[in-house]
Design a protein around this ligand. Structure first.
Ligand code: B1M
Length: 222
């Protein structure tokens, strides 16, 4: 019974079915969505961590992998993220109170001078859907602000996003200062102009061209 409900929630996340009122996707019109089903699961006594692990992560991972394979596109991931936010609204209190545990903490931001945040937000949502606490520092984030966040969240991993060839060079200073302030901190970088070669050159621990790769890196290192 609970397995069926968790499967249904995973499908809602993957397909971007937010709630019963949402007409999207058309073939699920009129059916309950992530919002109602997660509440139902909690009312049935299913622990928040189990709902996260066996439903939200499953759904987000499925859409993330399809996005990596170019089988779905940005709007599909945005709808999945919307469904996930509706689900997380019910689960977040359990994580905030410490009753349920995150897999780790991920600090993310778009680097100094850069205002592009669509890709960064997608990465943040997939990582949150992967069971991590996400500290989103926003856009135009200075190296010092990343360092402060790392000091406030010991053990966290850091993600840097850049969309401009003129701002990707700001990543190098951020990687250097973060690693000086908190040696051992894992830093992953991404964004359209980046390459593995560039990531290696600036001393980042990893590069990913997409959100799923960033999540897989965190799962390997946390
Ligand atoms: Co700008 N812009 N833009 N822009 N913009 C680009 C990036 C550009 C390629 C357009 C072009 O000229 N063809 C060009 C950069 C050229 C270059 O540097 N080589 C450019 C420019 C020049 C500029 C301005 C300088 C324009 C001007 O004012 N003269 C200016 C700069 C402002 C600033 O940042 N200081 C500017 C402004 C803007 C808007 C504000 C209008 C808007 C941003 C709105 C916003 O983000 N809220 C904007 C947009 C929308 C774009 C394009 C059209 C789309 C970017 C986007 O959102 N893509 C872009 C052209 C293009 O890409 N076609 C362009 C969709 C998004 C899902 O993809 O961000 O790549 P992306 O993220 C991907 C991956 O890269 C990866 O995962 C995501 C999902 O797959 N990823 C990570 C991203 N971060 C990651 C981190 C990870 C892992 C993976 O780990 C931590």
């Amino acid at each position: 019974m609970s397995t069926e409900l968790l499967k249904e929630i995973a499908t809602c996340i993957e397909r971007g079915k937010v709630n019963a009122a949402s007409p999207y996707p058309p073939d699920m019109k009129g059916k309950e969505g992530a919002d109602e089903l997660v509440k139902k699961a909690l009312d049935q006594g299913i622990p928040a961590s189990e709902i996260l692990e066996k439903a939200l992560i499953v759904g987000m991972s499925a859409i993330g992998q399809k996005f990596s394979r170019n089988e779905v596109f940005v709007p599909d991931v945005l709808m999945a993220a919307k469904a996930m936010q509706a689900a997380m609204k019910h689960l977040r209190p359990f994580f905030d109170s410490g009753e349920a545990k995150h897999r780790g903490t991920f600090i993310i931001g778009t680097v100094q001078g850069d205002l592009h945040d669509i890709g960064k937000n997608l990465v943040a949502m997939v990582i949150e859907g992967g069971g991590y606490k996400v500290v989103d520092l926003g856009v135009d984030v200075s190296p010092e602000k990343f360092v402060d966040a790392v000091k406030q969240n010991p053990g966290a991993s850091v993600g840097l996003s850049a969309l401009l060839t003129t701002t990707m060079i700001n990543m190098e200073k951020t990687v250097k200062l973060v690693k000086e302030a908190m040696p051992g901190t894992k830093v992953i970088v991404g964004g359209a102009p980046l390459t593995q070669e560039f990531a290696d050159k600036i001393g980042a621990d990893a590069y990913s061209p997409d959100p799923q790769g960033a999540l897989e890196f965190l799962n390997r290192t946390n």
